[in-house]
Design a protein around this ligand. Structure first.
Ligand code: BTN
Length: 261
């Protein structure tokens, strides 16, 4: 379970053919790997710069939430990328990264691993991983992005209120829990899918998003709109069918899912 630059380098080179991921910075503890990677990106760090930590003291989630980041058990990583994308086109990339993370963990888990719009990966309706993408804009152009990913790997108990909503690979029954291998697979998938998204947009991902959609058919509330989730549209918006039959397309926001009736 050790996390070291050597182990990560070996996994990235030998197991996933991603030797271009460099430099790799491994911290025993840091505030937030996203903050570290953003600082490096501002200083001109190349695409492929990877920051990994064993623990975070200020791990961040979306909307200012904190991300539970104890030592020794999980994956906290931030990858600097410089995709050819307009700043306005970045939002759906969170879904694409969700699929990339899903694909890396799914074969380790004996049951469905699903993507919950806009930035979660779920098993058994509980959160296994979260994604926080932050862009650095220069003028009108997107200079870089930092793709931050937290995966609950070996943690078996969460403090309240997380115990009700979070899970881990270990809880989900996954056996291969080597964090370096997992990081390597996630990084390879994220880099490949980000390149594809930059070249072709969301279209090549829509089918996979539909077949791995945690919300489809569920009663949801998002941004004040309540209805039944009806998939993700070509712009990456969540389609919500309202009581009057009309469809609201949510651009962003937290989704509250009603318990199954
Ligand atoms: C969310 O679900 O709200 C997003 C969680 C993102 C957490 C990761 S852990 C690595 C990186 N560093 C951070 O501070 N946040 C992201």
């Amino acid at each position: 379970m050790s996390l070291s630059e050597e182990a990560l380098r070996a996994a990235l080179t030998e197991r996933s053919g991603a030797a271009w991921v460099t430099p790799i910075l491994v911290h025993a503890e840091t505030g937030s790997t996203n903050d570290d990677a953003k600082a490096l990106a501002r200083e001109g760090a190349a695409a492929g710069t990877l920051v990994v930590a064993d623990a975070q003291t200020k791990g961040r989630g979306r909307s200012g939430a904190s991300w539970h980041s104890p030592p020794g058990e999980n994956v906290y990583l931030s990858l600097v990328l410089r995709p050819a994308l307009a700043a306005s086109a970045v939002a759906p990339l969170t879904l694409v990264v969700g699929l990339a993370v899903r694909d890396a963990v799914a074969r380790r888990v004996g049951r469905p691993v699903l993507v919950k719009w806009p930035n979660d990966v779920l098993v058994d309706e509980k959160k296994l991983a979260g994604i926080l993408i932050e862009g650095q804009v220069r003028g009108d152009a997107l200079a870089s992005i930092v793709v931050g990913i937290g995966v609950n790997v070996a943690v078996r108990a969460f403090p309240p209120p997380l115990d009700a909503i979070a899970t881990s690979l270990a809880i989900a029954g996954a056996s291969d829990l080597d964090r370096s291998t997992l990081v390597a697979e996630i990084v390879r998938n994220v880099a490949r899918e980000t390149e594809r998204f930059a070249a072709q947009g969301l279209a090549p991902f829509l089918e996979r998003l539909a077949s791995n959609d945690a919300l489809s058919g569920r009663e949801v509330t998002v941004g004040g709109a309540r209805g039944v989730a009806r998939g993700i549209d070509a712009l990456g918006r969540l389609r919500v069918e309202l009581a009057d039959g009309s469809v609201h397309a949510a651009v962003s926001g937290h989704v509250e899912v009603s318990p199954r009736g």
